[in-house]
Design a protein around this ligand. Structure first.
Ligand code: SAM
Length: 283
């Protein structure tokens, strides 16, 4: 396999390029690309991971923000669909407008497999964006800051369990796959990394509870040391605790995903949330 091209890394774009072939192979094994996958790579960079994916699938979509990388990526991966775009404003739905595969044939509307060694500074907003996206998703496999992965897979009553955990685990099954040390990258980041897989839950809640879920998790975890009786006092005019069978002396981190879902359902059915919050469409 030919070597990726090189550029000087830009800190502002969180550029830490993967240079360890053992780790790259381990990541590709975990992604387990299949020929007919509809695969999207976020932030292909200098193509270290891309070259492995390009060789294995017929439909590869690349989304990269850095101007300097566009021409070399286009030359190196001529059959990939390259979008010079900020992924945070990218509309994943548009990928279904042109469904031509790399071999020129038309493909079916296939759910997306989205992968990437993500720019760490945008990983949380990107995860929230994907929560709200209407595009059908098969799975997400991301290399992230280990601390973020620990929060994604956390269990109740642990220090890592927080708002991000509840939001993500309401919609996805989260599994940590690999730990990756700083030496696998150039330049080496100051933090440890980990690979995580997120698979959409089949029992996702209806779209309409999303605003209530956003609001209750914000209220609860913004004051995570307080009891729920205090942190959720905006709703004290409602019999929320008795209706949802929640002990008001507990703290935010003690509630399960199901507990939060029940509270969000209750708030939504009582119209007790801010209606201007974004909605997650039904899938
Ligand atoms: N995939 C490459 C690798 O593993 O070596 C590069 C990973 S590097 C951590 C993150 C990549 O995301 C960079 O190529 C960077 O330019 C790109 N990037 C940063 N912010 C982005 C954004 N908002 N939208 C799309 N790409 C972005």
């Amino acid at each position: 396999m030919s070597r990726p091209f090189s550029v000087s890394a830009k800190k502002s774009l969180s550029q830490n390029f993967l240079i360890d072939e053992v780790i790259l192979n381990a990541i590709v094994d975990q992604i387990h690309p299949q020929l007919d996958d509809h695969l999207i790579e976020i932030g292909p960079g200098t193509g270290a991971l891309t070259q492995h994916l390009y060789a294995r699938v017929q439909q590869l979509v690349l989304i990269e923000l850095d101007d300097r990388l566009i021409m070399p990526l286009r030359q190196r991966f001529p059959n990939a669909q390259l979008h010079h775009h900020d992924v945070l404003t990218f509309d994943f739905e548009t990928l279904f407008n042109d469904e031509t595969q790399m071999n020129g044939e038309k493909s079916e509307r296939q759910p997306l497999r989205i992968v990437g060694n993500l720019p760490y500074q945008i990983s949380t907003p990107l995860l929230f964006k994907l929560l709200e996206s209407a595009a059908p998703i098969q799975d997400l496999t991301f290399l992230l800051q280990k601390e973020v992965v620990d929060r994604l897979v956390a269990t109740p009553s642990s220090g890592e369990y927080g708002r991000l955990t509840v939001m993500i685990q309401t919609y996805f099954h989260a599994q940590k796959l690999l730990d990756v040390g700083p030496e696998a990258f150039h330049p080496a980041p100051k933090v440890d990394s980990a690979l995580v897989r997120l698979i959409p839950r089949t029992d996702r809640p209806v779209a309409s509870i999303y605003p209530a879920l956003i609001q209750v998790t914000q209220a609860a975890f913004n004051q995570r040391r307080k009891t729920l009786r205090n942190s959720l006092k905006s709703w004290q005019h409602l019999p929320l605790f008795s209706e949802c069978a929640i002990d008001r002396q507990q703290r935010a981190e003690n509630l399960s995903i199901e507990d939060y879902r029940r509270i969000a359902n209750y708030l939504q059915s009582n119209n007790a949330f801010a209606p201007e919050q974004p909605l997650i469409p039904n899938r």
